[in-house]
Every structure is written in C-alpha cells, then in structure tokens.
Design a protein around this ligand. Structure first.
Ligand code: GLU
Length: 410
C-alpha cells in the first residue's frame, strides 16, 4: 500500500468514528489542488536541465495551506499529496489556522552546486507563484531544504510581487524575518513528545537508551536534546549506515563532523546497517529519516518500549498494528513532528505583525501547544481504546471537517 492509500484508510476510519458521512471522506481523501511544474535550470556546465516539481494543497477551509518543500530524487506526486494531507492533520492537532500543503522537486541537491540550487529554487517559485502567497499557501523547509533556500524563494516571490513578503515562506534566516527557535523546533517538539510518552510509561529519561534513525535537521538536534537531558543515545544513522555504542555515542563530536545533509557515518569503519539499528536494544526508538522504515517485516523485532515518529510516515499501517499489539507506545508523526509547523506559524505571525519575539517566548509557547496536543491525542486514545495514530487523525481532521461543513462545501 502506498503512503497516500494508507493515509486515506486512516482518514476514512477517523471520519467514521467522528460520525461524518461518506461525502466528507470524498472531499478530504485527496488534495483540493495539485500543480505539476517543469522547471528549466541552466546548470554550471552551460547545459539546461528540466526538473519536475509539485505543489499540493490539501484543504484550505480553516485557512491558507501550509507546509514544506522537499528536494529529493525519490519525490513522487502521490508522496507530495500524502505529505500535504499530513500537514492538514498536524495543523488540526496543534490547532493552527491553516490547512495542509506540501511541495517537492525531483532532484538530488547533494549533487548540485550552490548556484544551481539557487536557480532551481527561484525557478520553482516562479512556476508556482500563482497559487501561493502569505494568505494562500505558505511554504517552509522539509527534507534537504534549508533557510538559505527559503531566503532565495522569499526574495524571488518579493521580486515578482514587487513588495517585501516575509510572510510568504517560513524557516527563513533570522536576518530575513525568521523566528528564533525555528531551526530546532521539530526536534524540540519531538523531545516534548518523548518526555510526555516516557512519563505515561513510567520511564526515566535520565539514563534511558535512545536510538535515532537519521541525522538531518530533526535527528541531529534531537540527539543533542536527548543527550543534554541525560539520556544515552546509543545509536544514530544517516543514509549510508549507522553507529552503535551501548555506552552512549559522543553526540557533540558527531554534530561537529556531520555535513549539511546530515552525513557522518562515512567517517567510521565500524558501522552497522540501518536495518540493524532499528532492531537494537533500547528504550526509545525515534525514526527521523524517511518513509516505510518500520514494516510488517521488522515490527516484531523492535525492542523499544516507545516509538516516536519524527519523520513523516516511517511506520506502515501493518507495523502500527503489530507494535500496538505488542504493547509498544507509538507516538505518530502527525503529532510528534508538529513542532516545526508550530514555530513556522509563530514566524508567520511575527512577520504579519512586524514584531519579533525572544527565543524564550517561542519555546515557552511551543511547549504549551505541544503538551496540550499530546494530552488531547493520548486521552482520546485511552478513552476510545484506539491507537494513537487513529486518535491523532480524529483530532487532526475534526476542525477541517467542521470548517468545510460551515462553509457549505459538504
Ligand atoms: N516540513 C515540515 C513538516 O513536515 C515543516 C512545515 C512547516 O513548517 O510549514 O512538518
């Protein structure tokens, strides 16, 4: 089952449990709008390469669409669609005035120069400019995109519109209206979810063994936060392999040596595979890399008591069922990774009011939002005796369904 089909299955179940008619599912099972664009880019060798990109807007009943842009060779239209649906759910779970959106370009930024990336980023904004904007659809970073790419995109959009538009995109550098705390927000959100989940399971974070798959924006900062909280990060990985030390890895050293794509294991000889990493002895497992990592094949071998999804879609539906049956607490992606979009919302609010907050203010607000979101989802799961994924979908879909009904769409 692909990502889109599996997310549709859970949306259907969530809407049924909430008592909605079939028509609501028909509206929400697919994005309202998906634009496919072709972007010609002059490469450094003088040749023109044409890239394919997408922007998907799942729903805008609650407010403008919101969500990141992914640069990755494996981007597909269905993946971008599913990711935009998840953004709608995240917005619902943390109660932001947004619907979900997502973008992607099929490319490999690891093999492109700085200037090629700039031309591609600007070309993408020109191609999608008609359907995006501060009150329509607000992009942000995602896999292999960063604050520099957001800066180029903001500049291109401002040139097209002929006025400064910081509210067009979030995840910008601080100097261009970015928010304090945005860079580490996803990891902070995951940290809060881990802490809340550990409390519910009676696990002390101090000394707990943590395995983190992926060393990108979320995985690397999360390893640092876990390490600082006194947990023992015994395993980490990147796309090329994984590192394991039962006594705890030297996270500061690894952070220092990672490149901007989160690659670090190439510097070591004694690596293990990503597959082995997921099955390590540990208390808390955090998949923070890509989709479909925990499947029916390996779910029986997971040793962790708590799995917190920092990546989008790392666990299949079959695996969710197996983990739940085995009594493992699974905190789903749409809740655990919602810290990024929460601080993106704070960034957009600051841009709109032209008044900027301190890092403490941002973190304090993020903490309150996520603790409440976690409690909402956890208690619904407990009272309805369902897994946290289905509970999160129920919380996430509710406001969007209500807003669609009030607008008279369904
Ligand atoms: N790409 C991030 C996500 O998947 C952040 C989106 C945003 O900040 O709008 O949640």
């Amino acid at each position: 089952m692909n990502l889109l089909h599996s997310t549709q299955t859970v949306i259907k179940e969530a809407l049924e449990k909430l008592g909605y008619q079939e028509a609501m599912y028909e509206l929400l099972k697919e994005p309202l709008r998906v634009l496919t664009v072709r972007i010609p880019v002059r490469m450094d060798n003088g040749e023109v390469k044409v890239f394919t990109g997408y922007r998907s807007q799942h729903n805008d009943a609650v407010g403008p669409a919101k969500g990141g842009i992914r640069f990755h060779p494996e981007v597909t239209e269905d993946e971008v669609k599913a990711l935009s649906i998840w953004m709608s759910l995240k917005a619902g779970i943390v109660d932001l005035p947004y619907g979900g959106g997502k973008g992607g370009i099929i490319c490999d930024p690891r093999e492109m120069s700085f200037r090629e990336l700039e031309r591609l980023s600007r070309g993408y904004v020109r191609a999608i400019s008609q359907i995006v904007g501060p009150t329509k659809d607000i992009p942000a970073p995602d896999v292999f995109t960063n604050s520099q790419i957001m800066a180029w995109m903001m500049d291109e959009y401002s040139r097209i519109r002929e006025f400064d538009s910081p509210g067009f995109i979030t995840g910008k550098p601080i100097a261009l209206g970015g928010s304090h705390g945005r860079e580490t927000a996803t990891a902070k959100g995951v940290t809060i979810c881990i802490r809340e989940a550990a409390k519910r399971r009676g696990i002390q974070l101090e000394g707990a063994r943590v395995v983190v798959q992926g060393f990108g924006n979320a995985g690397s900062y999360l390893s640092k936060f876990m390490h600082d909280a006194g947990a023992k990060v015994v395993g980490i990985s990147d796309a090329y392999g994984a590192l394991y030390d039962p006594n705890g890895l030297d996270i500061d050293y690894l952070l220092d040596r990672r490149d901007s794509f989160g690659t670090v294991t190439k510097l070591f000889n004694n690596t293990i595979s990503n597959k082995e990493l997921l099955e390590l002895e540990c208390d808390i497992l955090v998949p923070a890399a890509i989709e479909n990592q925990i499947t029916a094949e390996n779910a029986h071998n997971i040793k962790a008591q708590i799995v917190v999804e920092a990546a989008n879609g790392p666990t299949t539906l079959e695996a969710t069922k197996i983990l739940t049956e085995r009594g493992i607490l699974l905190v789903p992606d749409v809740l655990a990774s919602s810290g990024g979009v929460t601080v993106s919302y704070f960034e957009w609010v600051q841009n709109n009011q032209g008044y900027y907050w301190s890092e403490e203010e941002v973190i304090d607000k993020l903490e309150k939002v996520l603790v409440k979101a976690f409690e909402n989802v956890y208690s619904l799961a407990q009272t309805r005796r369902i897994d946290m994924r289905l509970a999160a979908y129920m919380v996430g879909v509710r406001k969007m369904a209500e807003a669609s009904r009030f607008r008279g769409w369904v």
